[in-house]
Design a binder for this molecule. Structure first.
Ligand code: SF4
Length: 346
């Protein structure tokens, strides 16, 4: 057996031992977190090393520090209520392994493709959402991109303008868009464009083969330049009939760690718990709010999956002393940073 003394003899005098290296790494990680938590303004120059150092801090410490940052930049009792409507269901040409809306998995999921909703039906749904207390209305369309969809873009801009006229914030998720389309949507009144990174660069080809991670980043660049990006955190909701339908959902601690790290890295941004909230216990949701999440999707459905309902969320808010955030309250602090997720929806 190799002894510690024997190992020490073979080192040159100035070479730190593994033990010393671990100690130095730990000290550096603590220092990175300390500096990040002391911030009084958002930063946009994080390195991968800094992000990893923060993300892997002991979870209780990470959540506590994130809660401190959250209180400096936001009212911790306020949570934004968003309602998501599917304005074009199914029939999508993409092959995202987690999604029921791809035509490739239609036989297994049994989901029927529908035509695009009319402007009137979208505005009627937005009015219901507003009556129920939502202050942001989001619209999702199941397609790859907006190329050659001039009529659709015109209708969507009418929906955006109509929802804004109800004094609600408006978000859309329409797949990949170019810089012109991002600007047009912004000019029509769009508050935020949701475009998830789906998964990491390394995993991308095993989750989606019909587009690349870089194409995803390109759209994120366009929406960031237009000042309309958003930060949802999604956990995979395994849907029967899709290739990921049998996967075990990720552990709650990964969700909490992601939210806490995001709060420290993007202190002024609204962080939305998106897919995966339906299966969280109320206490788990409360931990997420404590660690920096301050928006949720609420209503009848989240695209093709179940969503926590308005009444259920109102009762939860009452028990925990939370209040719905008013619309446009955060308008002076544009959502920015890395739009991303654990694994999610288009
Ligand atoms: S996630 Fe979006 S792009 Fe992918 S299959 Fe579903 S609807 Fe299409």
């Amino acid at each position: 057996m190799r002894s510690a003394v024997g190992a020490a003899v073979r080192r040159t005098p100035h070479q730190p031992s593994e033990f010393e290296q671990d100690g130095q790494r730990e000290q550096r990680a603590r220092r990175i977190l300390q500096v990040a938590v002391a911030a009084t303004a958002p930063r946009h120059d994080w390195t991968r090393e800094e992000i990893a150092a923060i993300y892997y801090r002991p979870l209780m410490e990470l959540a506590y520090q994130a809660a401190k940052v959250h209180r400096r930049f936001h009212d911790p009792s306020e949570v934004q209520l968003c309602t998501l409507m599917n304005i074009k269901t199914g029939g999508c040409s993409e092959d995202c392994s987690y999604c029921a809306q791809s035509t490739r998995y239609q036989d297994g999921t049994g989901l029927e493709a529908k035509r695009v909703e009319s402007v009137e039906s979208v505005l009627a749904a937005a009015r219901v959402a507003k009556e129920k207390g939502s202050t942001r209305f989001c619209m999702g369309a199941a397609w790859r991109d907006m190329r050659g969809r001039k009529n659709s873009l015109r209708n969507i801009k009418a929906m955006v303008t109509g929802v804004r006229a109800l004094d609600m914030e408006v978000c859309v998720t329409l797949g990949m868009i170019d810089d012109e389309q991002a600007k047009e949507l912004k000019e029509a009144g769009l508050t935020a464009y949701n475009h998830n990174v789906d998964t990491s660069r390394e995993f991308y080809p095993s989750v989606i083969s019909t587009r690349t991670y870089d194409e995803r980043l390109k759209t994120l660049g366009h929406v960031r330049d237009a000042g309309i990006n958003s930060f949802p955190v999604n956990a995979l909701v395994p849907i029967k009939g899709t290739p990921l339908g049998d996967r075990t959902p990720i552990e709650f601690t990964s969700m909490l760690r992601t939210i806490a790290a995001a709060r420290i890295l993007m202190p002024a941004t609204i962080i939305r718990i998106a897919a995966g909230r339906k299966t969280m216990a109320e206490e788990q949701q409360a931990l997420c709010f404590m660690a920096g999440a301050n928006a949720i999707f609420t209503g009848e459905k989240m695209l093709t999956t179940e969503c926590n309902g308005w009444d259920e969320d109102a009762a939860m808010f009452g028990r925990w002393g939370l209040e719905p955030m008013k619309s446009f309250q955060k308008a002076a602090q544009p959502e920015q940073g890395l739009a991303g997720d654990v694994a999610g929806l288009a």
